[in-house]
Design a protein around this ligand. Sequence first.
Ligand code: ATP
Length: 245
Amino acid sequence: TTGQPLLALSSVEVVYPGDLLALSDVSIEVSEGDVTVLLGANGAGKSTTLKAISGLLAAEGGSVRRGAVRFRGEDIRRLPTAERVRRGIAHVLEGRRLFRQLTVEENLRMGAYARSDSLGVNEDLDAAFALFPRLKERRNQKAGYLSGGEQQMAAIARGFMARPKLMLVDEPTMGLAPGIAREVFSAIRDINAARGVAFVICEQNAALALSVAAKVAVLESGVVALFRPAADMSIEDDIQRAYFG
Ligand code: ATP
């Protein structure tokens, strides 16, 4: 390899319709196989950062007005989301958004919609069910009947089915009981370890996120105020600051 990061955002500025400035200076670098967590108060710009990476920003009329978004060295700022998916970026949205009337297996297969290697898709489906045994037991059940934790796992498994190099995960433990939240993070750790998939995760539960993350970016009002190895974060000081300024 050339030593370039998998993903690099430099001085990214994002506006939404009405000239609303959501990000004013976001710079982060993610190496291959790295887990990075984004922390910050509500409205700090965590979700917007993920949407700038996946391209889903466009669906909300937002755009990257300045700065660069590079994936494997290439500028992806103007690429549609489908092309970013094809290049290896999977975005697991906040709120899970499964197809409730489809089965668990059908939902997972939807994650592979951009792929034409049906053999590889079947292999990955087996791999997903090995990573998420609860989903395997429920593969023929409608997704609408899953518990909240199972739905979150299915949403992550669906992202995994795109065979991504980078997964963007928005608030994966929102509304989940602590034990289930730990299971969700342990599944993320397994995907990372088994496949070397890199992650950028927005998470309110800082302690849980720090147990998995290699790096932490703290967002304050659309600016990355801190970006450093998770091992160097002191929960008391830095997290306090992230949430309360
Ligand atoms: P939360 O945890 O509440 O989702 P966040 O850190 O993810 O917060 P964002 O959702 O990225 O923050 O929001 C950043 C800023 O952009 C906020 O001021 C928000 O009101 C604004 N914003 C987000 N989405 C839109 C949109 N579709 N149109 C206009 N403004 C938006």
